[in-house]
Ligand binder design. Structure first.
Ligand SMILES: *[C@@H]1O[C@H](CO)[C@@H](O)[C@H](O)[C@H]1NC(C)=O
Length: 249
């Protein structure tokens, strides 16, 4: 059994096929996989809080000591969500990239995937890569490769920063807020008692990198939908950018 928190606010129905998370003034809710994984690909279909979702934060992530995050920052009706991404290694994050989406994520389920292999981490939306974090150990940047992670998803209130940087607060008259998650698929190496279930025959994601078509899509997203990239934020890094920023995609 996978685990949930938030009591009745986290509901798993349809034989495990549908997870609904809700948030009210008293609490948010969440889910975590029982299994731990060392490398893999997770796909999850998510339909975000409809209508007014200002101040809410929904997430899908790999996590433990390291963390690979997809976070969805809600907004008032008619205004766009922000997709916030980050990668933490050895407790250090500050590697944010943010995007608007090319659709309204409140209206229908869309697939959000996190591929994590020894060479890179690829974040995708409906099969379109939006971010790649490459293994930059050669430049002295720690890469998540020795600690197993679980899959988490949650919905909580983050109105101190989520919407317009915290200017718009959650309107509790619209609570409870509900996000739906389904078709969670982990094609991943289960890690138990210090051993990985993956043998020498690895799945296609094990060596996956972006081909030229995927690169084209990534550029399209970066040019049209990226709204923040820490690697372009010179003010924040007066002493020079983090080393991995030198790896251009
Ligand atoms: C919310 O809408 C405002 C106004 O369009 C926009 O500036 C902001 O990026 C949107 N998203 C979030 C999460 O604040």
């Amino acid at each position: 059994m996978d685990l949930t928190w938030g009591g009745d606010r986290a509901k798993i129905t349809q034989n495990g096929g549908l997870l609904q998370l809700s948030l009210d003034r008293a609490s948010g809710s969440g889910f975590q996989s029982k299994q731990q994984y060392l490398f893999g690909k997770i796909d999850m279909q998510i339909k975000l809080v409809p209508g007014d979702s200002a101040g809410t934060l929904s997430s899908e992530n790999w996590g433990s000591h390291d963390e690979i995050d997809f976070e969805f920052l809600g907004n008032v009706s008619g205004q766009p969500y922000i997709l916030h991404t980050n990668v933490y290694t050895r407790g250090k994050g500050s590697r944010e990239q943010q995007f608007y989406l090319w659709f309204d994520p409140r209206l229908a389920f869309h697939t959000y995937s996190l591929l994590w292999n020894p060479q890179q981490i690829i974040f995708s939306v409906d099969g379109t890569p939006i971010r790649v974090f490459r293994n930059a150990e050669g430049l002295g940047v720690p890469y998540p490769k020795s600690q197993a992670m679980r899959l988490y998803s949650s919905l909580w209130c983050a109105d101190d920063w989520a919407t317009r940087g915290g200017l718009v607060k959650t309107d509790w008259t619209h609570a409870p807020f509900t996000a739906s998650y389904r078709a969670y698929r982990a094609d991943a190496c289960v890690y138990t008692n210090g051993r990985s279930s993956c043998s020498s025959s690895k799945a296609t994601w094990w060596n996956q990198a972006l081909d030229s078509n995927a690169l084209k899509k990534l550029k399209w997203v970066q040019q049209n939908y990226m709204i923040y990239n820490y690697c372009n934020d010179a003010k924040r890094f007066p002493g020079g950018f983090p080393p991995e920023c030198a790896l251009k995609i």
